[in-house]
Write a protein that binds this ligand. Structure first.
Ligand code: HAS
Ligand code: CU
Length: 561
């Protein structure tokens, strides 16, 4: 089979557009992703204004009968579920095939991935838009949405698994054609990301298929909120690394080159990804410290492991900053820190992603506070947490993905970026707007302001919160300007950018310490996967066995909206 595929591949290699289909699959995913982000992002601005008692939802009451909470559900689902998943599927299709330098093992499967996800998206969108799924992106039972919402979301996840299958098949073909060679770093990282995702989504699949879908269809009379939440966070924590790792792929394998230098260490980058595969999943209970019905001992074990998952990000911090220093010095930079000014700050893809990294350092530090068992009690369910995840998924991930599109969309559309200055202004306005927004959300959380709440209408809205809330709106409006700059630039690039005769090369970073400087076991998957499964069983089995064996499935659904 490998020889047939290799033969077909060799023929196509002679033609110019080898990756035409892959480009189209990536492009289709990116379009859905950014349309979702545009709509979802708009509701973010609505929310920040509502906190300041400027309720724009009333002006769209006929289309959004559920008002604030329906808008909040759309905001969460479109931004962190739809935007991220579509972008990542498109991006990893691109990264995997380009790094292996061969097409997808099955292009039909590539389209099927997009097709299944999109059927799911349409199904989920119907009840969401009809105000029949105003349950936020975490859909905690006993809040109960229309069954079609859960079925739709499940299909999006199932569709995404097909990329894992496709990448593994492509990897096998590549291996047969390149015996003994080390897996190219970007492809290795894409495989680890998708494998971690496939493994961790077992939790949400079980929650949906066994608990929620039968219940929402009326096949069983009640549900079990604690069991549902435990299964949700089994996936819900690692999902944040499913969002983050694709940004890390760019930070490791592309940004150093865009900066004019080399990646500091390829083996260390592999260690970081292997640690994510092992440690991302058995820590979900750090979202459940305040949940009754889960033993304190296991919450503590998950807390300790959460501190463990901090390390691969610290490795990334070290490796990426060393790579940036390598770039700064290669460009003639000197001094202890002055080299920073020699970096190519005028290059939109580079500047956007480095700004994303800087805010991520603060988001990551906040994560350690959340993870601390006792400090979590102060910040849990407050707007501190919203501040945290807007630095992480809202900036490290989203701003990096935008940065990636500054070279990827021109490559796919074969048109030059319309405006470099608009792009740079976009990156800086996002950076400044988010810094303001997030700082004050953190601070208001410490002052006790709850999250997931229509603050503008709350009878307990107090003078102290009122003093700082305008800054939240200012940050949000600056980000709105950033979004306008982004979308205008993208639309103009696709429609009016200067045509390029040829597709530009994908620029991978070389490494100071390359793949062959590390041991061969860093290029294996199975041993790490086994360790990951063992840790999951140790950290989850006792709690799940206890919850399942004592469940009574007798809590009725509520419609709280
Ligand atoms: Fe988190 C809640 C703990 C990372 C997202 N998190 C959330 C929620 C979301 C989220 C969405 O332990 C809310 C969910 C909900 O709706 O309830 N989080 C952590 C920890 C980390 C962490 C320990 N979170 C993320 C990432 C996310 C994300 C990444 C999305 C992508 N988080 C928690 C906890 C909660 C939580 C608790 C529950 C709270 C509660 O009570 O509900 C760590 O992984 C963070 C490690 C990161 C670092 C930073 C490394 C910095 C790098 C950049 C270096 C480069 C620079 C550039 C600085 C250690 C790699 C230099 C520039 C030059 C020019 C030189
Ligand atoms: Cu988490």
């Amino acid at each position: 089979m490998a020889t047939i595929a290799a033969g077909r591949y060799a023929r196509e290699r002679e033609e110019s557009d080898v990756f035409l289909t892959e480009n189209r699959i990536t492009g289709a995913n990116l379009i859905v992703a950014f349309v979702a982000l545009a709509i979802g992002g708009l509701f973010g601005v609505f929310q920040a204004l509502e906190y300041n008692q400027i309720n724009l939802y009333t002006s769209i009451k006929p289309v959004l009968p559920g008002q604030y909470y329906q808008g909040l559900s759309l905001h969460g689902v479109l931004n962190v579920l739809v935007f991220t998943t579509y972008f990542i599927i498109g991006w990893l299709t691109f990264v995997g095939t380009r790094a292996f330098d061969r097409p997808l093992a099955s292009r039909n499967l590539g389209w099927a991935t997009f097709g299944v996800m999109t059927v799911g998206l349409v199904l989920a969108a119907i009840p969401l838009l009809m105000n029949n799924a105003t349950v936020l992106f975490t859909f905690y039972p006993p809040m109960k949405a229309d069954a079609i919402y859960y079925i739709g979301l499940t299909l999006v996840v199932v569709g995404s698994w097909l990329l894992e299958v496709n990448l593994v098949l492509t990897y096998r073909q590549w291996k047969a054609a390149n015996p003994g060679a080390r897996t190219p770093l970007p492809a290795f990282m894409a495989l680890v990301t998708m494998t971690m995702w496939t493994l961790c989504t077992v939790g949400i699949a079980a929650e949906m298929l066994v608990l929620i879908i039968p219940w929402s269809l009326g096949l069983v009379g009640g549900t079990d909120p604690v069991l549902a939440r435990t299964l949700f966070w089994f996936t819900g924590h690692p999902i944040v690394y499913f969002w983050l790792l694709p940004a890390y792929i760019s930070w490791y394998t592309m940004v150093p080159r865009q900066g004019g230098g080399k990646l500091f260490s390829d083996p260390m980058a592999r260690v970081s990804f292997i640690l994510f595969l092992i440690l991302s999943i058995p820590i979900g209970m750090h979202h459940q410290y305040t949940d009754p019905g889960v033993s304190q001992i296991w919450k503590l074990v998950h807390a300790v492991f959460t501190v463990g998952v901090f390390f691969p990000s610290l490795l990334t911090f070290f490796n990426v900053v060393a790579s940036l220093e390598n770039a700064g010095r290669a460009r003639g930079g000197k001094g202890f820190l002055v080299w920073i000014f020699s970096l190519p700050w005028g290059n939109p893809a580079f500047a956007t992603q480095v700004l994303a990294m800087i805010l991520f350092a603060f988001g990551g530090a906040g994560g350690l506070i959340n993870a601390s068992y006792n400090l979590n009690l102060v910040v849990h369910n407050t707007s501190w947490i919203s501040g945290h995840f807007h630095l992480t998924v809202g900036t490290a991930v989203t701003l990096s993905f935008m940065g990636i599109t500054y070279w990827l969309v021109p490559l796919l559309a074969k048109r030059e970026l319309f405006s470099r200055w608009m792009a740079l202004a976009q990156a800086w306005t996002w950076f400044v707007g988010m810094a303001i927004f997030s700082h004050f959300m953190h601070y208001l959380g410490l002052l006790g302001m709850p999250r997931r709440t229509q603050i503008g209408a709350a009878p307990y809205l107090n003078a102290e919160w009122r003093m700082w809330l305008p800054f939240v709106a200012v940050g949000a409006v600056i980000m709105f300007v950033s979004a306008i700059l982004y979308y205008a630039n993208m639309v103009l690039t696709i429609t009016a950018g200067k045509r390029m005769a040829e597709e530009p090369e994908v620029e991978w970073a070389q490494a100071v310490s390359g793949p062959n400087d590390g041991p061969a076991w860093l290029d294996r998957f199975t041993p790490w996967l086994v360790i990951a499964v063992v840790l999951i069983v140790i950290n989850y089995a006792p709690t799940l066995v206890q919850l399942i064996s004592t469940t009574t499935l007798n809590i009725p659904g509520v419609r709280s909206w």
